[in-house]
Design a protein around this ligand. Structure first.
Ligand SMILES: C[S@@+](CC[C@H](N)C(=O)[O-])C[C@H]1O[C@@H](n2cnc3c(N)ncnc32)[C@H](O)[C@@H]1O
Length: 205
């Protein structure tokens, strides 16, 4: 039985799978993610892409976009999301864990991922950064939360990747992006950054 179905049968968090990790309506650090890293970019004339939506804990804040592509490597999670949100503008894409099958080149304005890159090893992050370069527009904002092993809470999580802001910045820079904004303090076991493709001649440091 899916954890969410079990929770529903127990009468807990009966709406969205993932709220047990924290509700952005209630926790200040997650509110900050919502208010600083998502809501300023929501635009009905633009197209968003979310990697690893789970039950839609964050997808609900993306609903103001004209179209939302939700990419997940597990069919059952895409099915779970579809149960929570039956909106024609949500386009599910089943991937292999690093790619964007069927997503047109240069077609995405905003990318968001939370609770996914915290588990990804460097080579998978690098594959994703490369693949993103094909599908995003030049001025697209990309927001990724990742594991921050400088923090004790990250080291206590099983399955967290040994990442940190310095490593993440280097990977993002090497993949051809410029970091525009970061928060390395608000989240207890991770950090978050917003970046976009480098412009001609632009150097990050
Ligand atoms: C821990 S859940 C987080 C869900 C949601 N983003 C949230 O914060 O509530 C991780 C999600 O990412 C998906 N996932 C895990 N590895 C992935 C990968 N390499 N590519 C795409 N999706 C992945 C899982 O199937 C699941 O939907």
């Amino acid at each position: 039985m899916l954890a969410s179905a079990r929770r529903r049968s127990e009468g807990k968090h009966d709406s969205v799978y993932g709220l047990e990790w924290g509700d952005p309506e209630e926790m200040w650090s997650l509110k900050l993610v919502r208010d600083q890293f998502i809501l300023p970019y929501v635009d009905p004339d633009r197209r968003a892409l979310e990697i690893g939506p789970g039950g839609g804990r964050w997808t609900r804040y993306l609903l103001g976009f004209g179209e939302i592509i939700v990419v997940d490597r597990h069919r059952e999670l895409l099915d779970e999301l579809a149960k929570n949100f039956s909106q024609p503008k949500i386009i599910p894409v089943l991937n292999n864990g690093t790619d964007f099958p069927g997503v047109a080149a240069n077609s995405v304005d905003f990318v968001f991922s939370f609770g996914v890159f915290v588990h990804l090893d460097a080579w998978i992050i690098n594959e994703y950064l490369k693949a993103l370069g094909n599908v995003v527009k030049n001025d697209a904002n990309i927001v990724i939360q990742y594991a921050d092993f400088r923090k004790k809470e990250a080291r206590r999580q099983s399955g967290f990747a040994r990442n940190n802001p310095e490593r993440m910045r280097k990977m993002v820079d090497a993949a051809g992006y410029t970091v525009l904004e970061e928060n390395v303090t608000a989240l207890w076991h991770s950090s978050i950054m917003r970046f976009r493709k480098k412009r001609d001649g632009e150097v990050m440091y």
